[in-house]
Design a protein around this ligand. Structure first.
Ligand SMILES: Nc1ncnc2c1ncn2[C@@H]1O[C@H](COP(=O)(O)OP(=O)(O)OP(=O)(O)O)[C@@H](O)[C@H]1O
Ligand SMILES: [Mg+2]
Length: 503
């Protein structure tokens, strides 16, 4: 057997969920192996079994041709298997060096006592991944991309021969992704195998050698990347082919619903003014860090605003808090759904109906029956993979948790719906369903704002596009005149004209 890793007929059940039914995976040394499938297909579960977080109900694992038992994360590390989770497992208040050696204090006790050595050891591994930060810097002060690099450095410091990256690119800028891919290629040259999970097919084609597809907890197949097309992968993932991406509906545009005038909030929101009309889908394009999410947070009252006016249907918001915003008919699907959108220990039903007191009432009382009816409707519409409406949100897959947050705001029937990166981490099929629901809401007269870093999505779905850079609006394009090139040009020109810091 030339394979570095063989996972054979792995079976894993959770209460009410057959997460994996007889899944196999073979990884060769020094290959980049993509693992793909719809939300809830079982990708993270399979990798958690490999890294010793979950036990399996049935199946065998072979490493270097030898059968092995992996019953803890320490076992996995010992073999040379490291996993980098989407939610990075770092201690924010510890230094970069301490995080690299975390959990190995025993073996490196001396290093810990002698911090000069800790630092120089850590430096070596950081240089290896090409990360130029101070080893004494605290993890909380690093960007997500830098923290990921620290995790990879950590994996190398324990001589990992297989590194699993679970959706590593979802919060990275294009430039950071290029850097990460460069590093993945270097790892491959050094003979390290990488399992790469992502919902972005362009990335899969760029970086992987082979691809394994899961669907509904089943193994569908493994293909050589050079031999396959996007259509084939979608067919394998979804079980049917998908056509008609970006189903933009033409709906009549009505009166102004949301008015924002001279909004200022911190450094990242400077004198932002715009409005959105009924039936309109307004896109916000720009680089990561352009101030788009901050604008939405200030608008919704999550972040304080320093000055400006926000009005819905001509009525100025008075208190400037999320509850005031909700009262006036504004809904926000935030960028960081784990932190801001979802209550993990509550059920799918509770999360879906949380912001929707009115529709779930009957004669003044909360009606469980109505709550269930609404939840079931959205579980069906968004194809949320859950054991039922009473499943706790914490037990859903990453993408399905996001769908619940989106359901929650779609269900409120907000007059103004703000969607911040609504399809990030969402599989191709569900992405199309979310776009269709946006069109449906717009046709019912909602004013919709969508922030997205995916230009094709913005161009495909929006009636008008605002381009932001360094906290201000730099362009406002109609659907008919907007192109990828025009948007990039506005961003690049703004960059050149950038006012030096401390103006
Ligand atoms: N701890 C748990 N308890 C109960 N069910 C779980 C648990 N962890 C995962 N599941 C279920 O197992 C299935 C597979 O989930 P998994 O997280 O592996 O999906 P995924 O392929 O990683 O999806 P995504 O692309 O959305 O991240 C889902 O139906 C999920 O709800
Ligand atoms: Mg996952």
């Amino acid at each position: 057997m030339s394979e570095l890793l063989m996972m054979h007929n792995i079976r894993k059940y959770f209460p009410g969920v057959k997460a994996l039914r007889s899944v196999s995976l073979a990884i060769r040394a020094g290959e980049v192996h993509a693992l793909i499938g719809e939300n809830g297909a079982g990708k993270s579960t399979l990798m958690k079994i490999l890294s010793g977080v979950y036990g399996m109900d049935e199946g065998e694992i072979f490493w270097d041709g030898q059968k092995v038992e992996i019953s803890s994360t320490a076992d996995a590390t010992e073999l040379g298997i490291s996993i980098i989770y989407q939610e990075l497992n770092q201690l924010p208040n510890m230094s970069v060096a301490e995080n690299i050696f975390l959990g190995r204090e025993k073996r490196t006790r001396n290093i810990f006592l002698n911090s000069r050595e800790t630092f120089s050891e850590a430096r070596k591994f950081l240089d290896n991944v090409g990360l130029d930060v101070d080893v004494r810097a605290l993890c909380k002060d690093l960007s997500i991309a830098q923290r990921q690099m620290v995790e990879i450095a950590k994996a190398l410091s324990v001589n990992a021969r297989l590194i699993v990256m679970d959706e590593p690119t979802s919060s990275l800028t294009d430039r950071e992704i290029t850097v990460l891919f460069g590093l993945i290629r270097r790892l491959r040259e050094q003979g390290v195998a990488v399992v790469f999970i992502s919902h972005k097919l362009e990335e899969i084609f760029q970086i992987s050698d082979r691809i394994t597809v899961l669907r509904d907890g089943e193994y569908i197949g493994t293909v050589e990347t050079v031999d396959c097309s996007e259509d084939l992968l979608i067919q394998m993932m979804v079980g049917r082919s998908l056509t008609g991406f970006y189903p933009k509906r033409e709906v009549p545009i009505g009166d102004v619903v949301l008015q924002v005038e001279h909004l200022n909030a911190g450094r990242s929101v400077r004198d932002v003014s715009f409005d959105v009309r009924a039936g309109e889908i307004l896109g916000f394009a720009g680089l990561v860090g352009a101030g788009r999410s901050e604008t939405m947070r200030a608008l919704f009252g999550v972040d304080p605003m320093e000055s400006g006016r926000i009005a819905v249907n001509g009525k100025t918001l008075s208190h400037h808090s999320p509850s005031d915003a909700i009262q006036c008919g504004i809904g926000l699907v935030p960028e960081d759904r784990k932190l801001q959108g979802l209550i993990l220990k509550m059920t799918v039903r509770e999360n879906t109906t949380l912001a929707n007191m009115e529709a779930t009432r009957e004669k003044g009382f909360v009606s469980r029956r109505k709550e269930e009816q609404i939840t079931r409707e959205y579980v069906r519409k968004l194809d949320i993979r859950t054991a039922g409406t009473e499943q706790k949100a914490v037990n859903l897959s990453g993408g399905n948790q996001q769908k619940v947050v989106i359901a929650k705001w779609l269900a409120t029937g907000s007059r103004v719906l703000i969607l911040d990166s609504p399809t990030r981490g969402i599989d191709v099929g569900a992405k199309k369903e979310i776009h269709e629901l946006m069109g449906e809401l717009a046709s019912q007269g909602a004013a919709i704002i969508m922030v997205s870093s995916e230009l094709p999505e913005i161009l495909g779905m929006c009636d008008r596009i605002i381009v932001m850079h360094e906290g201000s609006i730099r362009g406002d394009l109609k659907r008919s005149e907007a192109t990828q090139e025009k948007i990039m040009e506005i961003i690049l020109t703004s960059k050149k004209q950038a006012i030096p810091q401390g103006e």
